[in-house]
Structures are given as structure tokens and as C-alpha cells.
Design a protein around this ligand. Structure first.
Ligand code: GLU
Length: 482
């Protein structure tokens, strides 16, 4: 059997991280078995149409390297792969179900249904469609159809008994039919199939062998199985995935800005780190290995090691993982990714980005934090002179008061403003003065950066600032110290 998996998103305009993980697992499983990974767009709910939403799906999956073998843009033997373009596919199957008694035409108007629902609810009951139209005779149905009365087709759900199936992750599942099923609409008044119906028809027609999706579909699965069986089709293998959560009680949400793939990319996370981390939210390799490339994941992934309990998405763990990816990244790539973030505070200043990148690469956890870390290069922070004190470096305010005026002519005399030249000039004088290195370099660095901790030391910072700005900041320090 050739494994065929699919990712079947509804185009909402955003890619939820849970969706990215579903796509990832479906991709890994297909690749691992030399099978096919299919992309299908489930857009039969036209009221929820969002322009540009399918592009968000394509772009995200491509960014992540989750290339599909068949899908809307690449085509394939089971196309089209956009459900709204398959509109005519579904009605014949619905009619077949009507013929076999597993479905029926319904002519109830919205208003009629609302009235009956209100009555049931007023009496304290729970409304489900009451099979009102099931009792119409074949002739009555034909008359109404001929008269052009608007119709839908509903599933004739069993009201007794149970449905059982085995899920790869959640094991044996049993649902009471009376609770888990209702006479859901299969074909809507506009002729479009409902999501639940199209999903089953397409999974079958597209030869999907393994259905991977969020665990919220566990309880809908009995309805799908009812349809598969009624149509005489084989039920696929189900692999329901635990929800991706913020913590044990909260889902990732749009409101908290942590739910969508784009939220993370905008914050400057790397796709490779995100994919690596997502793979581990809900699955573990059974070894200590934490870092995986996509091909390594294809090798290591094992559906039997997917957890049942919700996967907690820990942003701090992701930040750590991201920083590891950044640290190991090829320097040129780091430079190209970091430059736009440097620009946010240093644009137009002519700062040596290459040197800055060398200093920042090991200090970058997520790219969006770069601007705050280098802001002091653009503007001297308003600092408290108490930070001139450092016991270990033998510095304090009075030492700084002596040293800064001495440093000024030394720096002024540096002709070629390179790190090496600045270093040589200052070190030579330190020797001459017979002072401790720290007692000069600490005040120098504080005065030109305005903060205790900086990427790089006094020479690097002086170099990045340029001569004029360095001297201006020294003067500022001298003034502050009074
Ligand atoms: N269209 C569904 C969703 O976006 C997919 C469900 C499934 O994979 O069967 O949640």
C-alpha cells in the first residue's frame, strides 16, 4: 500500500501553529514511507471566504519546506484540489446515499427549524434536527423537487447503538450514536457540500490512507465512518493529534499573539528552529536528541510516539532553540537576516554591520530583540554614574574622573579609526601610566555605551561608534562626573 496523507486546511487567512504541526507530521509520515503528501483546500464554507488566504497556506508550507506532491497549484491525478472547484463531485454521492436510505431530502425552511428548535429548548430539551422530512414519500419528495422548492440533503443518522474505531494515538474510541451523530446537512441549499461531507468524499477519492488531524475531530469521526460504510468504502487509518497548548489550560490564541506561524516569523524566529521545536510538541524521539533537520525528522519520526496529552508550546524553550540555530548559522546568512534589524536603529549611520554582526551572532536569541540590544549605539542612554563602579576592574567614579580626560587626547590622536589602532594607542598609554587595564577600559566602555553590559568591549564599541561620536560621549562622561 502506498501511503497517502493530506493536509486539508480551511483558508482562514492565518496558519495556526497547530495546523503547521499537523502538516509537518503528515509530511513526515508520507516521506518516511515513500508515499505522497497532498494539499487540499477545504473552502466550501463560502461565507467565510478570506481573500489571499490560500496564498498564506502555500507560502507557509513552502517556507517550512513541506512540499506537497499534489495540490491546487501543482495539480495531480485527483484534482482539482480546491473543494469549491469540485462542487459537482459531491451531489452524485449524496444522491446515492438518498437511494440507499442513508440520507434524505429536507425541505424545512430556516424559519420552521428555528420555531421547532425554540419549542424544544423552551421545554428544556437539546435540539437536533427531528427527521421531519424523513417521513416524506418518494412521490412527495419528487413533487417538491419539481416545484423548485429549495432543499438540502441530510444524513439519516442512527439514533441507537454505538460506533467504535481505533485511533493510532488515542486507541479504542467508542461513541454512542445518539450523542455523537445527528442528521447533519450533506448538501446545502446553494448546492455546496458541507465541510463534513466533502471531507469524507475527498479523502476517499484522493486515496488518503492515513488521516492526520487535530483531536477536536475525534468525536466527529463516527459520522465520517457512517458515511464511509454507507458508501461501501474503506475507512482510513486515523491519527488524531493532541492540541498544541500554551499551558495546561490555555490554547494558543490569536488574542495573545502566539497562535500563528506569522506571529513567530515577525518576532524573528527562524523557520528551521520553529519546525524543529514544533515536531517535539506532541512527539518525542525516545532519545536525548533535540536538534533535527527536516530530513532527520523524516528518519526519526514515529507515529507510535505521538503523545495523547496536550503538547505544551513553551516559548522560552523555543527561544533557546532558536538561539542555538542562530549561533550555528553560516555568518553570511546571519548578516543578511540581522541587517534589517540593525537598520531599525542604525539606518544611515554607516555602522560596520559586518563587525556588528560578528559581535551579535552569539548574542541573538530572537532577531526582534536585536534593536533593543544595540540601541545604545544609536543613542547614549541616560545612565547613572554609579555604574562607573566595578570592584573587580578597580574602577569607580573618582577613577573615571581621572581616566576619561586622559583618554580623550589619546583617542583624538588615533588617525586611522580601526579597532586595532584604537587598541594599540590605548594599551600603550595604559602601560605608560602604569594603570590596571580594567581601571581604564571599564570607565571607557561605560562612558561610550552608557551601560554595564554590551556586545563587545571598549575598542569594538569605540570602533562601531566612530571617532566623533566616541569623543562626544567621552566629553559627556566627563561632564556627568563633574
Ligand atoms: N478543514 C479542516 C480544518 O481546517 C481539516 C480537518 C481534517 O483534516 O479532516 O480544521
Amino acid at each position: 500500500m502506498t501511503v497517502r496523507t493530506r493536509f486539508a486546511p480551511s483558508p482562514t487567512g492565518f496558519m495556526h501553529l497547530g495546523g503547521v504541526r499537523t502538516a509537518l507530521y503528515a509530511y513526515l509520515f508520507a516521506r518516511q514511507h515513500g508515499g505522497q503528501f497532498i494539499l487540499r483546500i477545504e473552502d466550501t464554507d463560502q461565507e467565510r471566504f478570506v481573500p489571499g488566504a490560500t496564498e498564506v497556506i502555500y507560502d507557509t508550507l513552502r517556507d517550512c519546506g513541506l512540499n506537497w506532491d499534489e495540490g491546487p497549484d501543482v495539480g495531480g491525478p485527483c484534482g482539482p484540489y480546491i473543494q469549491s472547484e469540485r462542487k459537482d463531485t459531491y451531489l452524485p454521492y449524496a444522491k446515492q446515499l438518498v437511494e440507499s436510505g442513508h440520507a434524505y431530502y429536507c425541505f424545512c425552511t430556516k424559519k420552521e427549524i428555528e420555531e421547532r428548535r425554540a419549542a424544544v429548548e423552551a421545554a428544556g430539551g437539546v435540539w437536533k434536527y427531528d427527521k421531519h422530512c424523513l417521513s416524506l414519500s418518494k412521490e412527495e419528495v419528487q413533487q417538491k423537487l419539481d416545484a423548485g422548492i429549495p432543499w438540502t440533503i441530510r444524513m439519516n443518522a442512527p439514533t441507537e447503538g454505538e460506533t467504535s474505531y481505533t485511533d493510532v494515538v488515542f486507541g479504542d474510541m467508542t461513541f454512542r450514536n445518539a450523542e455523537s451523530m445527528d442528521d447533519m446537512v450533506l448538501i446545502k441549499q446553494d448546492g455546496m457540500p458541507t465541510y463534513n461531507f466533502a471531507n469524507v468524499i475527498d479523502d476517499h477519492l484522493m486515496g488518503i490512507t492515513h488521516v492526520m488531524r487535530g483531536m477536536e475531530y475525534l468525536s466527529s469521526t463516527p459520522r465520517y465512518n457512517y458515511l464511509y460504510t454507507a458508501l461501501g468504502w474503506e475507512i482510513p487509518t486515523y491519527i488524531h493529534l493532541p492540541t498544541v497548548m500554551r499551558d495546561s489550560t490555555h490554547k494558543l490564541s490569536k488574542r495573545t499573539g502566539d497562535a500563528y506561524y506569522s506571529d513567530y516569523i515577525e518576532k524573528g524566529f527562524l523557520t528551521e528552529a520553529l519546525i524543529n521545536y514544533l515536531a517535539l510538541v506532541g512527539w518525542n524521539p525516545g532519545t536525548d536528541q533535540e536538534f533535527f533537520t527536516l530530513p532527520e525528522l523524516v528518519e526519526a519520526f514515529d507515529i507510535h510516539r505521538i503523545n495523547k496529552s496536550p503538547g505544551i508550546f513553551d516559548p522560552y524553550k523555543l527561544e533557546w532553540m532558536n538561539s542555538q540555530y542562530v549561533a550555528k548559522m553560516n555568518f553570511e546568512k546571519y548578516l543578511s537576516l540581522a541587517a534589517p534589524w540593525f537598520d531599525k536603529v542604525l539606518a544611515g549611520r554607516g555602522t560596520d554591520y559586518r563587525r556588528l554582526a560578528e559581535l551579535m551572532q552569539s548574542r541573538t536569541d530572537i532577531f526582534s530583540r536585536i534593536p533593543e540590544k544595540i540601541a545604545f549605539l544609536a543613542e547614549l542612554p541616560d545612565y547613572d554614574t554609579a555604574i562607573f563602579f566595578n570592584k573587580k576592574q578597580k574602577s569607580d567614579e573618582s577613577v573615571a574622573r581621572e581616566v576619561l580626560p586622559l583618554l580623550k587626547p589619546v583617542l583624538e590622536s588615533v588617525e586611522e579609526w580601526t579597532e586595532q589602532k584604537i587598541h594599540d594607542a590605548v594599551m600603550e598609554k595604559i602601560q605608560e601610566w602604569g594603570r590596571k587595564t580594567g581601571s581604564v577600559l571599564w570607565p571607557m566602555r561605560i562612558a561610550i555605551s552608557g551601560q554595564e553590559s554590551t556586545p563587545g568591549g571598549a575598542f569594538e564599541i569605540a570602533y562601531l561608534l566612530g571617532r566623533e561620536e566616541t569623543l562626544r560621549r567621552l566629553d559627556d562622561g566627563i561632564r556627568r562626573l563633574g
